[in-house]
Ligand binder design. Structure first.
Ligand SMILES: O=C1C=CC(S(=O)(=O)O)=CC1(O)O
Ligand SMILES: [Fe+2]
Length: 356
């Protein structure tokens, strides 16, 4: 990615990852998954759209599903600290020289004035503050199922140049909590936060821009296990792509699901606090086979290979830029790949690179 200009104005004050807008092909099938299985609460729905939220959320939605011809990501939205930060967003991104659009209140149901951009990484990003408050279901145990999801936690995006993406997000005031590198300092992935958890956005090295997943948090592992049992009971176990398991990075207990259009949704127990300014960065060796699964279980190849198309602000698919640096799946799974459990235990600590 070409070097970005350094704006002379301050960036918008981002609080957190707040909502995603996904294009889906069949609203009824999506409703059966996101409401029927995941148990998300319907704030508003019509024939073409679903506005959903999780149980601890009081803003109008954290997920919009909109029926359309091409399953894709239409927007990732960050909440900013006040409505005044929208002017800062316009000024900052105009100096970055990217496409900037102001949106009137109500352009998105339940959201006030907003700013949408095509960010330097090629993603459709929204900044907003005002959003309609709706009932918070935190204590509504009468309607929460055994798999209750508490809130949206993060976005994971696929981008070819992770260091350049990291620099861009550091310009927005995000800080790195964890990353994956090799001995030649190639960066394969990075996790960056504004709220005091491991990440609001994860940068996954690969052909991009593509959306790798959006993640919702639960409080307990049992809720994640119930979702697996629920899918089994529906004979939809093929929606389980990876996990359940324990992450190395973030230390969260995790599950990756595929929705009816193949969009990846992670369900993730709360990770750890990162709010102090001297929070130490955790750097993992790309050959450490406990980095992505603390128990050393292999990462299924589809998790590295597949991700959702991203749309521009006109709703057109964004062309991909190919990653030129080494790909994680090639250095840890392919024929030349290898990984270790104990780095200096050449006898017992290595797994064959042919692990699935
Ligand atoms: O949220 C995450 C936390 C950790 C991991 S990893 O697979 O443990 O690297 C992946 C992830 O980005 O989905
Ligand atoms: Fe994730």
């Amino acid at each position: 990615m070409p070097a970005l200009p350094t704006p002379s104005v301050t960036p918008p004050d981002v609080i957190r990852a707040a909502y995603a807008e996904l294009i889906v092909s069949d609203i009824a099938a999506s409703r059966a998954f996101y409401v029927g299985v995941l148990g998300l609460v319907v704030t508003y729905e019509d024939d073409d759209t679903l506005y959903l939220r999780a149980f601890e959320e009081y803003l109008h939605h954290s997920l919009i599903l909109r029926r359309g011809p091409v399953p894709a990501l239409a927007a990732l939205a960050y909440r900013v600290r006040s409505a005044g930060e929208l002017d800062a967003a316009v000024a900052y991104y105009e100096q970055l020289g990217v496409r900037v659009e102001r949106r009137a209140a109500g352009a998105t149901r339940g959201v006030g004035e907003a700013v949408r951009i095509e960010d330097p990484l090629g993603f459709p990003i929204e900044f907003f503050y005002d959003s309609e408050h709706v009932e918070r279901f935190t204590r509504r145990y009468d309607v929460q199922g055994a798999g209750a999801i508490s809130r949206l936690d993060h976005f994971n995006i696929v981008t070819p140049d992770v260091p350049a993406a990291r620099d861009y997000y550091e310009g927005l005031g995000f800080r790195v909590s964890e990353d994956i590198k090799d001995d030649e300092d190639v960066v394969y992935a990075a996790w960056m936060h504004r709220k005091a958890t491991v990440h609001d956005v994860a940068l996954t090295g690969g052909d991009g821009p593509r959306m790798h997943h959006i993640a919702f948090a639960t409080h307990e592992r049992s809720q994640i296990l119930h979702l697996c049992d629920h899918l089994g009971a529906l004979r939809q176990s093929d929606r389980i792509e990876r996990g359940p398991g324990r992450h190395g990075v973030s230390n969260a207990f995790y599950l990756y699901l595929l929705d009816p259009d193949g969009h990846r949704i992670e369900i993730y127990t709360h990770d750890y606090y990162t709010g102090d300014p001297d929070n130490p960065v955790v750097t993992w060796d790309v050959h450490d086979n406990q980095r992505r699964d603390w128990w050393g279980n292999p990462v299924v190849p589809s998790w590295y290979a597949n991700a959702s198309t991203v749309l521009d602000l006109d709703g057109e698919p964004v062309a991909l830029t190919h990653r030129t640096e080494a790909r994680e799946s090639e250095v840890t799974i392919g024929a030349d790949g290898f990984s270790y459990t104990r780095k200096n235990d050449a006898e017992l600590g290595f797994k064959l690179g042919s692990q699935v």
